[in-house]
Write a protein of this length. Structure first.
Length: 283
């Protein structure tokens, strides 16, 4: 590990100013950054800890909305009664990250800011229609989660901007997340699929499908969602939605999996997540 300057600011303005400097990195949980620094794939000249800035951690409710501070530990999201009830897919995605020890260190903000297309929390946040609050020394702004990513490891965050909060305004009556992987635990997703559904009198009134690891960025399968709305969740309809979700994906082939297999599994896993989400929505 190369030497570096270490800062512990107590305000977002101070952290933003330091972060805007060249070759600076933020330290949240450290589960990605510290590993990268040890492997010399990350060589920041300065590291800015967010640990001493108040108000960045914790899960709160505001009416139907649930707010998750960016410094909230992944394990807390996994176990939160409010998230388990209203955003089950997000809790299930959180439970897929590493080991319990890792989840007790890793933060939701770090998992998202790293901008991996295969991040386990991202599909659940997509189907929660999450809004991302961002702060800098110049003020604050909010970006929808589906507009945050621009490519692998890339986001719309500008110099000095820091993710502060995720706001989940749209609870679903049923949601589910499935991660396709080789090993049972502590493996990257070949594919991550989340679905959230609201059903009224047997008819789908709202549907959201989030896909991870099958495109340069996490995506919503909007055409598949439109097929579902206003219809009963029949096996035939869910099959059509699975095919539409697969068509929306643009996976790559790598050492772990072929693009063709990924696309086929998007179809299969979308149907499975929708089936489970619909079952939960129906009580």
């Amino acid at each position: 590990m190369k030497s570096f300057e270490f800062y512990e600011p107590t305000t977002l303005a101070e952290a933003s100013r330091l972060f805007a400097e060249e070759h600076a990195q933020l330290l949240a949980g450290g589960t990605d950054l510290v590993i990268g620094m040890k492997a010399l794939t990350e060589t920041p000249q300065s590291v800015i800890s967010l640990q001493k800035i108040p108000g960045l951690a914790g899960i709160t409710t505001d009416g139907d909305s649930i707010n998750i501070g960016a410094m909230t530990k992944v394990r807390e999201v996994e176990l939160s009664a409010d998230i388990l009830q209203h955003h089950t897919a997000l809790a299930e995605g959180a439970s897929e990250i590493g080991s319990i020890q890792i989840r007790n260190l890793a933060t939701v903000g770090g998992n998202i800011a790293h901008a991996s297309p295969a991040a386990d929390t991202v599909a659940g946040l997509l189907v929660a229609d999450a809004q991302v609050d961002i702060a800098s020394a110049n003020g604050e702004r909010t970006v929808p989660i589906n507009e945050l990513f621009t490519g692998p490891g890339q986001t719309v965050l500008r110099s000095g901007e820091i993710i502060t909060r995720f706001r989940l305004p749209s609870p679903a009556s049923g949601s589910h997340y499935i991660k396709h992987k080789i090993r049972e635990v502590m493996d990257l997703a070949f594919i991550g699929v989340a679905a959230a559904i609201n059903i009224d009198n047997g008819t789908i009134t709202d549907a959201r499908i989030g896909l991870a690891a099958v495109a340069p960025t996490p995506i919503r399968a909007t055409e598949a969602e439109d097929l579902l709305k206003g219809n009963a969740p029949t096996p035939e309809l869910l099959e059509q939605a699975g095919e539409a979700a697969a068509a929306a994906s643009s996976p790559i082939s790598d050492l772990r999996c072929s693009a063709e297999h990924r696309r086929e599994m998007v179809d299969v896993l979308t149907r499975r997540t929708l089936e489970q989400a619909a079952e939960r929505a129906n009580g």
